[in-house]
Design a protein around this ligand. Structure first.
Ligand SMILES: *Cc1c(COP(=O)(O)O)cnc(C)c1O
Length: 357
């Protein structure tokens, strides 16, 4: 059997969720969209359900997967419905629904609903992706109330640059939000992971942590709270071939690495078809036989090469950590010019093994 696998530490997931609640002092919707950022939405939801205030997903398909698995906790659809006919399922499955556009508001007004629904009314406070214009916000709130189809409204918005702690952007968005919701007495939800970790002064009855649940920092620089996160996913495999090369020999596709000296090379069963980023250059860190080493040459579809020259204890069958508790996914992301979100979401083909400890 191919030795590539992703170990998922559910105890670490619970630790990170509790940390989000502890540092925010708020209720927390665990964001498990996109199959829990590659960690497996159903297993993660099951591991958190006893403690969780609720979950958030991107669409009704993801919510239905949770309900089918027996998850009864609140589930918020972060983009609401894409088509009005989803509303009957939203009622039937008892889902919470973001309203981010006037067309959604109109669809609710026109729908016949068996029961009133819970709406999270989203304001565009400056990101300019989705959300109602500040000038429309109060009227939208009043129309939802007047429709008789809504049991509860939570006021929400989303930050564009909360991961940049020296930027004014988040404060400016909070000011826009505060002005738009003036006089409305409803619960509010603003903070994603970077805002939970880095913006303690931002008001929130509800926080929406995603990436931090999985133990990765959204920041490029060090952060005291992020340092308390525990990585949840360990991507590992084994050395399947070892070779000794003299100086001047090319390694891998495109001969992107030429041995500068006699070297000992290990081939690992892991490639970009598993989600390991092809953009990771020579020098990207790996852990082999418990020691840090580095990637050599281009990542192929099913294999990659690492340096064993200074790791004499490593050989055929040695365990390799591509990311996890020792090699941080955020460091791999940085090396590959992407973000840990994408590193996790790209995971595929490798079996996921779940552990409670
Ligand atoms: C994905 C998402 C989150 C979670 O963001 P993280 O940066 O992973 O914490 C929160 N809120 C909304 C609206 C989202 O789409």
């Amino acid at each position: 059997m191919r030795p590539a696998r992703a170990l998922i530490d559910l105890q670490a997931l619970r630790h990170n969720y509790q940390l989000a609640r502890e540092v925010s002092g708020a209720r927390a919707l665990a964001v498990i969209k996109a199959d829990a950022y590659g960690h497996g939405a159903v297993r993660c939801a099951q591991a958190l359900e006893a403690d969780a205030d609720g979950f958030a997903v991107a669409c009704i398909e993801e919510a239905l997967e949770l309900r089918a698995a027996g998850i009864r906790a609140p589930v918020l659809l972060l983009e609401g419905f894409f088509e009005a006919d989803e509303l009957s399922l939203i009622v039937e499955q008892d889902l919470w629904c973001v309203v981010h556009s006037l067309w959604q508001l109109e669809a609710i007004e026109q729908a016949t609903l068996r029961k009133p629904i819970t709406v999270w009314l989203k304001l565009d406070s400056g990101m300019h992706r989705v959300g109602l214009h500040p000038a429309d916000y109060q009227a939208a709130y009043q129309r939802l109330l007047a429709s008789g189809k809504v049991a509860k409204i939570v006021l929400m918005s989303h930050f564009a640059r909360a991961d940049e702690l020296d930027s004014n952007s988040a404060s400016e968005q909070v000011a826009v939000f505060e002005a738009a919701r003036q006089g409305l007495s409803a619960q509010v939800s603003l903070r994603n992971s970077p805002a939970v970790l880095g913006w303690p002064q931002v008001p929130s009855d509800w926080v929406r942590p995603g990436i931090m649940l999985y133990g990765a920092t959204p920041f490029e620089e060090a952060n005291a709270v992020a340092a308390r996160l525990q990585p949840v996913m360990t991507l590992e495999s084994k050395v399947i071939s070892v070779r000794e090369l003299p100086a001047g020999e090319p390694v891998g596709y495109g001969a992107r690495f030429i041995t500068p000296k006699p070297m000992r090379l290990g081939v690992v069963a892991m490639g970009y078809a598993d989600g390991y980023p092809r953009q990771a250059p020579t020098g990207t860190p790996v852990l082999v036989a418990g020691q840090r080493s580095q990637l050599l040459g281009r990542v192929s579809m099913d294999m990659l090469c690492i340096d064993l020259t200074d790791v004499p204890q490593a050989g055929l069958g040695s365990t390799v950590e591509l990311w996890g508790k020792n090699i941080l996914a955020s460091d791999i992301a940085m090396a590959a010019d992407t973000i840990p979100y994408q590193i996790f979401c790209n995971l595929r083909r490798v079996p996921r093994l779940y552990s409670e400890v």
